[in-house]
Design a protein around this ligand. Structure first.
Ligand SMILES: Nc1ncnc2c1ncn2[C@@H]1O[C@H](COP(=O)(O)OP(=O)(O)OP(=O)(O)O)[C@@H](O)[C@H]1O
Ligand SMILES: [Mg+2]
Length: 291
């Protein structure tokens, strides 16, 4: 039963996320470990259509990550699906790749949406999942999904992705406030590109290269400070004592320190922050009839 691992004393989040990392991202040799596919039992599938990356994550019946795909895509902007056909094509391809690896079909999936996106747009995310060949079993807001994994009772989760920063405040484990702002890692890449007269793609490549990040830090610091100011504005007066960062942009070393300075709150990056939200979305997927 899925409830076994929703917000519960299920697998340690760190173990879960490190496993998600191993099965979704290819290793240094370009390969992924062969999945140990259970021949029976439900599979739980999560789809996260992001501004920068689309993620498909598959968990076994115990909530343990089995396989997944992570692809650079430009099908969503500010939480809205802007390239429907492109999104369906890429998701279908990702589904086929994972099915071939697992030797099992993916028949249903849950999908996520950033808080604040109008319901009509949220439905278009479900339509993408359905058109790619999976029944959309649930639609879940991204901060709630992230907290399925992290299990934070009191504090803020800030998801800094490519195009958006999602802010969610939790009290006694429940979301009490959410906001979504259009700033993210894409803006850092644009600043790098503009400063050095590079293409966006070249800037993006430099930005995620660990060997170049300390040189780039002073260049992207003002963008991080702006993110900090936005976060501070949302959590001011809300009785928040700690901030946990997730999303790909939180992998830029030093971003936690800048945000802590601006908000004056202890700030940490979740372990393996890239797949917190997709794994949390997958935890919500269950076959029809088990709602
Ligand atoms: N190691 C890294 N260092 C710095 N930035 C990184 C790293 N890895 C990924 N990123 C950045 O993280 C961003 C993508 O993060 P994520 O996958 O969480 O976003 P998304 O879900 O596609 O976007 P959004 O949530 O805004 O819709 C990109 O801007 C990417 O350049
Ligand atoms: Mg995201």
């Amino acid at each position: 039963m899925i409830e076994l691992f929703l917000n519960a004393a299920g697998p340690d989040p760190e173990v879960l996320l490190s496993r998600a990392h191993d099965v979704i991202l290819p290793g240094p040799n370009g390969h992924k470990p062969p999945p140990v596919t259970p021949s029976q039992g439900n599979l739980h599938v999560g789809v996260d259509l992001g501004t920068a990356y689309t993620v498909l994550a598959v968990l076994d019946d115990q909530g343990i990550p089995l396989a997944g795909e992570y692809r650079f895509t430009q099908v969503v902007r500010d939480g809205l699906v802007v390239d429907y056909i492109g999104a369906v094509d890429i998701l279908r391809e990702m589904k086929h790749t994972v099915e071939a690896r697992l030797g099992r079909n993916l028949t249903h999936a849950a999908s996520g949406f950033p808080p604040g996106v109008p319901m009509a747009e949220v439905r278009s995310t479900a339509n993408v999942v359905e058109a790619a060949g999976m029944a959309c079993s649930d639609l879940i807001d991204e901060p709630t999904a992230a907290n399925n994994v992290l299990g934070i009772r009191d504090g803020a989760i800030v998801d800094i992705g490519g195009g958006t920063t999602g802010i969610a405040i939790f009290r006694e484990g429940q979301v009490v406030y959410t906001a979504d702002e259009t700033t993210g890692g894409t803006h850092m890449s644009l600043v790098i590109a503009g400063g050095a007269d590079l293409s966006f793609e070249a800037a993006e490549e430099q930005k995620i290269d660990p060997a170049q990040q300390s040189r780039l830090f002073p260049i992207v610091r003002p963008v991080m400070e702006k993110m900090g100011t936005i976060i501070e504005k949302h959590i001011r007066g809300q009785d928040v004592e700690t901030i946990v960062l997730v999303g790909g942009t939180s992998l830029f070393p030093g971003i936690d320190t800048v945000i802590a300075e601006i908000t004056r709150l202890p700030t940490r990056v979740a372990s393996y922050p890239l797949f917190v939200t997709p794994v949390g979305i997958a935890m919500h997927d269950r076959p029809a009839g088990q709602n």
